[in-house]
Write a protein that binds this ligand. Structure first.
Ligand code: PMT
Length: 413
């Protein structure tokens, strides 16, 4: 994760409340991810934590007053508002929520909020009754309707001695939300290379039932295929994801079709091949039990022999009938990676195959990264160093867009 916020400017507004001490931890976690953090404190916040604490942790001057003289960087509220990639208010008191909802700008923090065009994320912290007050609830609803993001408070024993909702979310929860928000922002920076194109992706494992309680499967988590689906949608493509059973949620803007077995996946793919780009990352079981028992298989004396039969090879079948589609497969190999992958490319009539050696650390099943080599049908090989699967996804889609325009330079298909 280190470096995930490199170059991102986060303005952190700290308001008066005991949870202000947790914001010191928040700053330190953001710095570990390489963010630039600029802290703005209200007068009341200074009663809880010293500006020096935030200054030392953020390695930036802390703005405390609307009218103080600028120091090493331009502290004008407009400059800071423009600089922000994200404006976070943590803890956000009932008072600041009310001022924000009413558009009041009577100190540096609220003035910058009014001036910024950056997304705003707030982490409320206050006494339970204040939080549940219809006035605060109305203010939060107003802000939510205006697009302000919230990290909901938790429940527990509050500083005032009451038990209930109102504890500021834990710093790590706020960091996770920040990373998610800024990642979405940078995804949308992706070139809209696939606007007007249709992309079909398979992902995850398949499950081949032995009986009502057992199945054969493999280690695929779907991470690779889901990363491609997410990037394809961010690049403007109409994206369908045919997914085996995984723990991931469908990426935004992606039509997901859930399947279990290889035969289900085969049907879900073959029913509509009218796509510009088809990318198959799924680890499809080549074999299934010859018969699926309707009742649970009972233990017997001695060994049990399973008879397996071949599943359809979905990629091979698509390769046989493809016309205009750019067809890309994956090869999960443990030896002779390039030779085996190149043989699959030819056999399955692909435009490109993405070879990954699943014995290498940080590659293949389950990891957030992969180590891949692209092999195109003209035999050209491009090897990449270890990359996040999200980066591999972008590289594949950029290559697919190139292959598409080479095949159809005027974009008629
Ligand atoms: O899901 P993750 O945990 O992120 O892991 C990613 C991955 C390791 C699953 C992925 O990077 C990968 O390598 N996917 C292909 C896995 C595989 O089973 O490859 P294969 O060599 O068996 O198959 C070659 C190609 O044919 C693949 O595109 C596969 O989707 C396709 N195939 C295979 C068999 C079959 N019956 N039907 C198919 O469509």
């Amino acid at each position: 994760m280190s470096g995930v916020l490199t170059g991102k400017n986060i303005v952190l507004g700290v308001t008066g409340g005991i949870a202000a001490y947790k914001s010191a931890d928040l700053v330190s976690r953001l710095k570990k991810l390489d963010a630039n953090v600029y802290v703005v404190m209200t007068a009341h916040a200074k009663a809880f934590v010293s500006p020096l604490t935030f200054q030392s942790l953020s390695q930036n001057y802390v703005v405390e007053d609307m009218f103080e003289a600028p120091r090493t960087w331009d502290v004008e509220h407009i400059a800071l508002a423009k600089l922000a990639d994200l404006y976070v208010i943590a803890p956000a008191s009932a008072n600041v929520l009310a001022k924000m909802a009413a558009g009041i700008a009577d100190d540096f923090l609220t003035t910058t909020i009014l001036a910024t065009q950056a997304p705003i994320l707030v982490a409320p912290a206050m006494n339970t009754q204040m939080y549940l007050s219809p006035l605060t609830q109305r203010n939060m609803k107003t802000l939510q309707d205006l697009g302000v993001g919230f990290v909901a408070p938790g429940s527990g024993r509050l500083a005032c001695g009451d038990e209930g909702i109102g504890k500021m979310a834990e710093p790590q929860q706020i960091v996770d939300e920040i990373v998610k928000l800024l990642a979405i922002e940078s995804e949308s920076d992706l070139p809209r290379l696939l606007e007007g194109k249709r992309v079909l992706i398979t992902a995850g494992p398949t499950r081949e039932a032995l009986d009502p309680v057992r199945y054969l499967t493999n280690h695929s988590t779907g991470k690779m295929g889901y990363a491609i689906a997410e990037a394809a949608a961010a690049m403007g493509a109409e994206t369908k994801l045919v997914s085996g059973p995984v723990e991931l949620s469908a990426p935004e803007g992606v039509q997901r079709v859930k399947v279990e077995s290889a035969r289900d996946m085969f049907e879900a793919v073959m029913c509509d091949l009218n796509y510009d780009i088809i990318i198959m990352t799924a680890a499809v079981a080549d074999y299934r039990p010859k018969t699926t028992q309707t009742q649970k298989i009972k233990k017997v004396e001695g060994d049990l022999t399973l008879e397996l039969t071949r599943n359809p090879d979905i990629l091979f079948e698509v390769g046989k009938v493809k016309t205009h589609q750019v067809l890309i497969g994956f090869a999960a190999e443990t030896e002779h990676v390039i030779e085996h992958a190149a043989a699959k490319l030819r056999k399955k009539n692909l435009d490109m195959i993405v070879a990954n050696d699943v014995t290498v650390a940080g590659a293949g099943f389950g990891s957030d990264t992969n180590v891949v080599t692209f092999i195109t049908s003209d035999g050209v090989q491009t090897a990449f160093d270890q990359m996040e699967k999200s980066e591999v996804a972008k590289a594949i889609l950029k290559k697919a867009a190139d292959l598409l325009s080479e095949a159809d330079p005027v974009g008629t298909s």
